[in-house]
Design a protein around this ligand. Structure first.
Ligand code: S3P
Length: 450
């Protein structure tokens, strides 16, 4: 059984004046891809600043199971000795990806065109998430999948022995689906094409090019067309993982809603396919500035300064911005509770199939803390209560979802009364030093013995 042990209830007490500099860990998306592409290269990839959260450690273990040599040198420094495109060995045991949707879906893609069989599973959250969105395009390559009813894990994939290249339009805006198809296309002859109507995070395309694959990206009336030439020899890389804007988001938002705060979060990757939250916060009137803007590893980077922002207004978040901030809606809804007026978030159906149903998880937890939320299948709206207006005093269920747990702990910092989360354990999947960093800034997060 996969899981993370007994629950860790945690209470976040109201505080004032979050202050200081917080160095957040490496980007989760790029960390998974560094491991996987390293494993598919011939020779040694060095990775600095890897996110050592549970999700990525599962991917590291999976890459070992598929035959790569993965070494932890300490302090976020890792190396991966890869087996080459099409060189994966058959794992001897079930591959347990824990809580990681990105991990399992990208790895399924990466093995789908190699003639081996692998069985995947995960924790209760991952076992409830749809895998049909991956196995459907993989079947076009000739991959067979046998899962539970509804396309759920555990699931066995039998890689295609004679894969054919694929042309596929993603039916949902998902970088995981796009990436699974591109990774499968690596071991298919000829050109594999993915078309996405809305641009999603582009780390896979960028990194595949970096590893020496031929990838062409074209903006067309049909959408973004990504063409990968199959069967390249991937060349190992030295990678410095940029810091995760999705983790930085929690610190930034905590500062915006907590009186007297002024924090600096240095070196945050601001790839336009990831930076939608920061644009939204500025539109709401947040005192959020980019300092020291520069380029690092071909990506825009800045130091983020966030100060308490008592004058934020609710806005309509443009639906077309959703893919660039899909993981940030939970924490945005917390900020919205401290703004004046209503914040409308539409075009966000994908939130229902994340680590939890994030609309339902946030709505129930916000209501338990005195905030009014309206919702439909693909939208929700939060009625702001002003900078000091959120009552708090309630308990929220984390539902095995790191971002839900962190969002409610941030809520407690600016609320009138403490906010409790039933289980802060899942935070370790993406942001294992959250509690310490927040504590250093002046948050009061108290673990409860029960
Ligand atoms: C990710 C893509 C997103 C995101 C997830 C990371 C990735 O999922 O929610 O946290 O690294 O490709 P979808 O592609 O399903 O939207």
């Amino acid at each position: 059984m996969s899981g993370h042990g007994p629950a860790t209830p945690m209470t976040s007490h109201p505080v004032t004046g979050l202050k200081g500099t917080a160095e957040v860990p490496g980007d989760k998306s790029i960390s998974h891809r560094s491991m996987i592409l390293g494993a598919l290269s011939v020779g040694e990839t060095r990775i600095e600043g890897l996110l050592e959260g549970e999700d990525v450690l599962r991917t590291a273990a999976a890459m070992r199971a598929f035959g790569a040599e993965v070494t932890d040198h300490g302090g976020g420094s890792w190396s991966v000795h890869g087996v080459g495109t099409g060189g994966f060995a058959e794992p001897e045991d079930v591959v347990d990806c824990g809580n990681a949707g990105t991990g399992v879906r990208l790895i399924m893609g990466a093995m789908a065109t190699t003639p081996i069989t692998a069985t995947f599973t995960g924790d209760a959250s991952l076992r409830s998430r749809p895998m049909g969105r991956i196995t459907e395009p993989l079947s076009l390559f000739g991959t067979a999948a046998y899962g539970r009813a509804g396309g759920l894990l555990p699931m066995t994939l039998q890689g295609a022995a004679s894969p054919v290249p694929v042309r596929y339009t993603t039916p949902v805006p998902s970088a995981q689906v796009k990436s699974a198809v591109l990774l499968a296309g690596l071991n298919a002859p000829g050109e594999t094409v993915v078309i996405e109507k809305e641009a999603t995070r582009d780390h896979t395309e960028r990194m595949l090019s970096g590893f020496g694959a031929t990838v062409a990206v074209e903006e067309t009336p049909e959408g973004r067309v990504i063409t990968l030439t199959g069967q390249p020899e991937l060349v190992p890389q030295d990678i410095t993982v940029p810091r995760d804007p999705s983790s930085a988001a929690f610190l930034v938002c905590a500062a915006l809603i907590t009186e007297g705060s002024d924090i600096l979060v240095p070196n945050i990757g601001l790839n336009p396919t990831r930076a939608g939250l920061f644009i939204t916060l500025r539109e709401m009137g947040a005192d959020l500035t980019y300092e020291n803007e520069r380029e690092a590893g071909g990506e825009p980077v800045a130091d983020l300064r966030a100060r308490f922002s008592p004058d934020m207004k609710g806005i309509n978040v443009p639906p077309e911005r959703a893919p660039s901030m899909i993981d940030e809606y939970p924490i945005l809804s917390v900020v919205a509770a401290f703004a004046e007026g209503r914040t409308m978030m539409a075009g966000v159906k994908e939130l229902r199939v994340k680590e939890s149903d994030r609309i339902d998880a946030m709505a129930r937890g916000l209501e338990a803390n005195g905030v009014t939320v309206e919702e439909g299948e693909d939208w929700w709206a939060v009625t702001g209560m002003g900078p000091k207006g959120v009552p708090g005093g309630g308990t929220a269920a984390a539902r095995l979802d790191h971002r839900i747990a962190m969002s409610f702990l941030c809520l407690g910092m600016g609320a009138q009364k403490p906010v409790k989360v039933d289980d802060a354990g899942p935070i370790a999947t993406s942001f294992p030093i959250f509690e310490r960093l927040m504590g250093d800034l002046g948050a009061r997060l108290v673990r409860e013995n029960h």
